[in-house]
Write a protein that binds this ligand. Structure first.
Ligand SMILES: NC(=O)c1ccc[n+]([C@@H]2O[C@H](COP(=O)([O-])OP(=O)(O)OC[C@H]3O[C@@H](n4cnc5c(N)ncnc54)[C@H](OP(=O)(O)O)[C@@H]3O)[C@@H](O)[C@H]2O)c1
Length: 301
């Protein structure tokens, strides 16, 4: 029986896929060695963080040098340790095409997905996500391309990222199958999804929110460029619950009733271990409302 607001049980991503409440993000899976990548992936899977989230564009920053590099790095690990693939729910994304900047036309998304499969060295990705909305593609065209990729067995499920609820609904209306996930930024320092309808849509339609940057890209860990009141509140609650500030911040993400999966960005096994405790922090309403008030700097009415 869960204690407090967080239910630590896994989440269904469509009818056949189950993921833990914490996922592993590959944005920063660059600049290391294959053995380091392997070690951190093993650590993540060992903690039940079986959603492994990457994107074709990852590699253009964080010390990477090229579009596709993070996928290639992951593909290298999977090729060397083939058993790993079956232990993960593999998610990638396409649709960001610097410097255009976005192209989710049928031809571009089909080519992007096939290129991702090639770099990852797999026949199928479990979750294919449109990374950011291309405002100049009709959702019917995109839906047809995604349906084609799914019919060919190249992707199992489809999700979106950084879509407004209306953009999500427009695509969903043209798809012959449900969207299973949406990936918004969501953390104690980025509360938009709480009130812009994203998390409400998730609860209405049974869509899983995949929260990106749950530590605000590390700012909630370092305390830089965040309201000092927010850091003080996280520290106070962490002390009360006998945990660390970062674990408490991840727990805040997990506490929403839409049951988000927090996609962790650290590439350090010991920090994954620290975050793993988040699903068991017994946060209560007074805790999460205190975080919201400290984040926004005004009392709730
Ligand atoms: N859909 C989108 O548009 C989008 C955008 C951004 C991210 N994402 C996804 O979300 C994932 C996570 O994003 P993120 O990397 O910004 O996540 P995050 O977990 O908010 O931040 C991770 C960063 O915080 C640093 N950090 C510093 N101190 C830490 C501590 N004590 N514990 C943990 N981390 C600490 C990590 O560095 P170390 O590695 O040194 O620990 C890392 O650089 C990405 O990998 C990607 O899959 C998606």
């Amino acid at each position: 029986m869960p204690s407090g607001l967080i239910d630590p049980a896994p989440v269904s991503l469509g009818p056949d896929l189950e993921v833990g409440r914490l996922g592993f993000g590959c944005w920063r899976l660059v600049g290391g060695s294959p053995s380091e990548y392997h070690e951190v992936l093993e650590a993540a899977l060992g903690h039940g963080m079986n959603l492994v989230d990457t994107a074709d564009v990852y590699g253009l920053d964080w010390g990477g040098t090229a579009f596709g590099q993070a996928e290639s790095n992951l593909g290298q690990v999977l090729a060397a340790a083939p058993g790993l693939r079956d232990r993960m729910v593999l998610a990638t994304k396409g649709g960001i095409t610097p410097p255009t900047p976005y192209n989710a036309s049928a031809a571009a998304i089909t080519a992007a997905c096939e290129a991702s499969l090639g770099r990852l060295g797999v026949d199928t990705v479990d979750l294919y996500q449109i990374h950011r909305p291309d405002l100049f593609v009709h959702p019917a065209e995109l839906a047809e391309a995604l349906t084609g990729l799914r019919d060919q067995g190249k992707i199992r499920e489809v999700g979106v990222s950084n879509f407004t609820p209306a953009q999500h609904e427009a695509l969903a209306a043209h798809l012959p199958f449900p969207l299973v996930a949406t990936q918004p930024e969501y953390s104690a320092a980025a509360l938009g999804a709480l009130r812009d309808g994203t998390l409400d849509l998730c609860m209405r339609d049974g869509v899983v929110p995949l929260a990106w940057s749950p530590l605000a890209g590390g700012r909630l860990a370092t305390g830089t460029d965040v309201r000092p009141e927010l850091i003080a509140t996280l520290d106070r609650l962490a002390e009360r619950h006998g945990t660390s500030r970062t674990t408490l911040a991840v727990a805040f993400v997990l506490a929403h009733p839409s049951r988000p999966v927090a996609i962790l960005g650290t590439q350090k096994p010991e920090r994954l271990a620290e975050a793993a405790a988040a699903a068991h922090v017994p946060l209560e309403r007074e805790d999460v409302y205190a975080v919201i008030e400290a984040s926004e700097g005004v009392p709730l009415p």
